[in-house]
Design a protein around this ligand. Structure first.
Ligand SMILES: Cc1ncc(COP(=O)(O)O)c(C=O)c1O
Length: 386
């Protein structure tokens, strides 16, 4: 099968504007953290309604910095969902804390707030909800629980740029939010991330921590604005975004709502076309805007004579790229060793990890491509009915 016929699982949407913006950055004489990063940060702050935004080279970096900024470390517990990319749990391990995985809601696959409430102990130092596939979690209930126990919330919004909850953009709902602009995400800078917060004190710590611990604005030390000594209060990381990446981000962000609308149209087509097949789509909570970063479906395995992975191989052989979001955290060997008892309390996430498939979904997915995906999936499922 030629690359032309293969339907990729994801495709970013770049136009001539992105190309021109990157070339302008290259020609500007300033390619690392600089004015374009500042512009992108302001744009995200304006869009989300957050007081501060800090651009980084990944969402993983942002989650790590947020845990560091709250001084979370050995002896502490951080509650999160098992149905996430491994980065969410890895950063908890990186700071020396213990991940505590709690189960998800069977309808949305977002973290179950009541399971969070049950898992809180005196050692719980943060909650990391993940807006799975772009659908906001039940943030009212999670915020209520967090407030009652004075525990900060760090939202993993890797999937949720453009998502809204009760009329408010994700990014301004709680203490800290972290976005991803990785190549597959709704808007992309290749690699990239962003932290948003209303908290002045926290941002005063996060900003230097993202650049070696250098005092504020030290990135200007090689600019025409002149020589200035920097100081280091604590050793930070090399997590800053570059101006080349931010040049992409500024253009992509202008298209964010249009991209979301185009994803939404494609989701509706999928939902209608697939409704008679032995699969189920995820449920949705009211009063939200869903960014539809992913379109996960769940196979009704009891009705089928083949397993999920065999179906994935068959779709691949027919030229359709798919993915699984996610193999749950507690099913990875490292986490099986770290949390050997976890699976017992995670039946819903465990089951989802066996029956989930994400279908291609992106703004430039054409009607013809979508028709082919639906047709091939239908044929494969019908052939495999018990
Ligand atoms: C839920 C979730 N969290 C975090 C990340 C990490 O994002 P990044 O690659 O920007 O570090 C991802 C990336 O796929 C993700 O899906």
């Amino acid at each position: 099968m030629s690359d032309h016929d293969y339907i990729h699982f994801h495709r970013y949407s770049f136009g001539p504007e992105e190309r021109e913006a990157v070339l302008a950055a290259l020609d500007s004489g300033w390619i690392t953290k600089g004015p374009r990063v500042a512009e992108f940060e302001q744009q995200i702050a304006d869009y989300t309604g957050a007081k501060h935004a800090l651009a980084l080279n990944s969402c993983t970096a942002g989650l790590h910095l947020a845990l560091r900024a709250y001084d979370i470390g050995p002896g502490d517990e951080v509650i999160t969902t098992p149905l996430t990319f491994v980065a969410t749990a890895n950063v908890i391990v990186h700071v020396g804390a213990q991940p505590v995985l709690v189960d998800v809601d069977p309808d949305t696959l977002n973290i179950d707030p009541e399971a969070i409430a049950r898992a809180i102990t005196p050692r719980t130092k943060a909650i990391i909800p993940v807006h799975y596939a772009g659908q906001p979690c039940d943030m009212a209930r999670i915020a209520e629980i967090a407030k009652a126990h004075r525990i900060p919330i760090i939202e993993d919004a890797a999937h949720a740029i453009g998502s809204h909850y009760h009329g408010q953009a994700v990014g301004s709902l709680t203490d800290v939010t972290v976005f991803s602009f990785y190549a597959t995400k709704n808007i992309t800078t290749g690699e990239g991330g962003m932290i948003t917060t209303h908290n002045d004190e926290l941002m005063a710590r996060l900003r230097p921590l993202s650049l070696h611990g250098l005092s504020q604005d030290a990135w200007k030390r090689y600019s025409a604005q002149g020589f200035r000594h920097y100081t280091v209060e604590e050793p930070g990381y090399k997590y800053n975004m570059t101006d080349i990446a931010a040049a992409l981000g500024v253009i992509q962000m202008k298209k964010c709502d249009t991209f979301t609308a185009r994803r939404q149209e494609r989701v509706q087509i999928y939902q209608q076309a697939l409704s008679h097949l032995p699969i189920s789509c995820l449920g949705s909570i009211p009063d939200i805007v869903h960014s539809h970063h992913l379109f996960p479906i769940r196979l009704q395995l009891e009705a089928l004579s083949i397993g999920r992975d065999e179906l994935l191989s068959n779709l691949q052989a027919e030229g359709i790229g798919t993915a699984v979001h996610f193999i749950p955290i507690h099913r990875h060997p490292f986490y099986q060793r770290l949390l050997p008892e976890a699976e017992k309390s995670l039946p819903i996430a465990t089951r989802a990890g066996e029956d989930l498939i994400s279908l291609p979904l992106y703004p430039d997915l054409t009607p013809t491509q979508q028709e082919r995906i639906i047709g091939v999936l239908e044929a494969q499922l019908k052939k495999s009915l018990r």
